[in-house]
Design a protein around this ligand. Structure first.
Ligand code: FNR
Length: 185
């Protein structure tokens, strides 16, 4: 059997009980054998500052290295004020440099937004679709996934219990796996 594609699965929230983190963990379990999801939170990534580009901090280098060694990047993010959280934008800025050498280049991208509210974080997902094309690989267009009402989807251990949500995630991760296979043929 082929070695599974390593997929950096970036969680857009730092919150301990984050729904995004729980969704990323659920995806890691639902993923087919062709993918290995590495659930990655953004704790410890320093603020991007162009002054540090000549001598980047170790945490930037480690994050870039992880991205470069991956075969794809999957974003699981909440929406903050109709956009992506600042920590996520910061990490994307860090990964996108040095100029012309983005660590996201060529990586097939998946985007899953979510919200306990009714709109599923759709604006955050759309903003990612604006940000990424110049610095990343192709973005999976279909299926589109904006998960709403995620607040009652998990048990007290953080496991996904909402069947409808499980189904959507299963469909998405299978489509993303096929997308990654195509990108690495
Ligand atoms: C939010 N929340 C939110 N929800 C939404 O659907 N659209 C939005 O624009 C916002 N804006 C927003 C701003 C800020 C600063 C916070 C803290 C929260 C609510 C958000 O979806 C909710 O807190 C989620 O639980 C955050 O995601 P995690 O941490 O559970 O992954």
């Amino acid at each position: 059997m082929a070695i599974p594609h390593p997929i950096v699965t970036i969680v857009g929230s730092l919150r301990k009980e984050s729904f995004s983190l729980k969704i990323a963990n659920a995806l890691a379990k639902l993923a087919p054998a062709s993918l290995k999801l590495d659930v990655t939170t953004l704790h410890g990534i320093s603020f991007f500052n162009q002054d540090f580009e000549a001598s980047p901090p170790a945490d930037w280098l480690a994050f870039r290295d992880k991205l470069q060694k991956s075969n794809g990047v999957l974003f699981v993010t909440p929406e903050y004020n109709r956009s992506i959280p600042g920590v996520l934008k910061n990490a994307i800025d860090v990964g996108s440099r040095p100029y012309g050498k983005s660590s996201f280049l060529g990586k097939p991208v998946g985007i899953i937004s979510n919200s306990p509210g009714p709109l599923g974080g759709v604006s955050a997902a759309k903003h990612l679709q604006n940000i990424l094309p110049g610095i990343a690989g192709p973005i999976l267009g279909q299926p589109e996934v904006y998960l709403n009402a995620v607040g009652d989807a998990f048990d007290d251990k953080g496991a996904l219990t909402k069947e409808a949500l499980q189904k959507v995630l299963q469909q998405y991760i299978e489509a993303y796996a096929a997308f990654v296979e195509r990108a690495h043929k």
